[in-house]
Design a protein around this ligand. Structure first.
Ligand code: CTP
Ligand code: MG
Ligand code: K
Length: 180
């Protein structure tokens, strides 16, 4: 793996990474499931809110717009190939990340885990799966070009490490209730 692949993978995933942090910072208020239960368990739980989801999608999309400007500004002055984000890919990465996280919570509730309970693997990769799946669906050509196999492999290894790292940081700063 080259440093260039690592940089490109991280860059391409930033619009999917930042929504999680935005949801933690701006989340709260009405839960998406409106308190509803299914088989005696919450559908999603109080940790998935409208405000957090909207903030996540907005921040992720704006991140992609910002990265496009940075890439344009450093064009020709770096040997790194920095992916650009068409609008539909930007929205898909951000919304897909939020959707994947929501599906993850849905699965956690079905398996009896209450809000905030740990689900190793799922917690670190649900949003990646959602982001990649939605981007592939709505921007297939862009996806194929941007997420080559080595890039996806790097994403699957690096994301859990980054996720654990940022969550421990958010916990230590008092922004998050659990360090995962
Ligand atoms: N959050 C939100 N809306 C979302 C996602 C997250 O408001 N769509 C906020 C909530 O305040 C949530 C926090 O971000 O508690 C941390 O997110 P996460 O770890 O995904 O939620 P948990 O509270 O751990 O709940 P779950 O067990 O369902 O993952
Ligand atoms: Mg959690
Ligand atoms: K989660």
């Amino acid at each position: 793996m080259t440093l260039s692949t690592l940089v490109a993978a991280f860059w391409a995933m930033l619009p999917a990474y930042l929504p999680n942090n935005a949801a933690v910072l701006f989340g709260g208020g009405s839960p998406i499931d409106g308190g509803r239960e299914w088989n005696g368990k919450r559908l999603l739980g109080d940790g998935k809110t409208w405000r957090g989801t909207a903030a996540g999608i907005l921040v992720g999309t704006l991140t992609a717009c910002g990265l496009n400007r940075v890439a344009a500004a450093v064009e020709g002055r770096t040997s790194w190939s920095l992916p650009r984000f068409p609008l539909r890919a930007s929205v898909a990465l951000a919304a897909g990340a939020m959707l994947g996280d929501i599906v993850g919570s849905f699965l956690k509730r079905r398996t009896g885990r209450t809000r905030g309970a740990m689900a190793p693997g799922l917690d670190q990769l649900d949003f990646v799966a959602g982001a990649l799946a939605l981007a592939r669906l709505v921007a297939p050509n862009w996806f194929q070009k941007t997420f080559t196999r080595p890039t996806v492999a790097v994403v699957l290894v690096v994301t859990p490490l980054l996720h654990v790292g940022t969550n421990v940081g958010a916990y230590l700063l008092g922004l998050k209730d659990e360090p995962w």
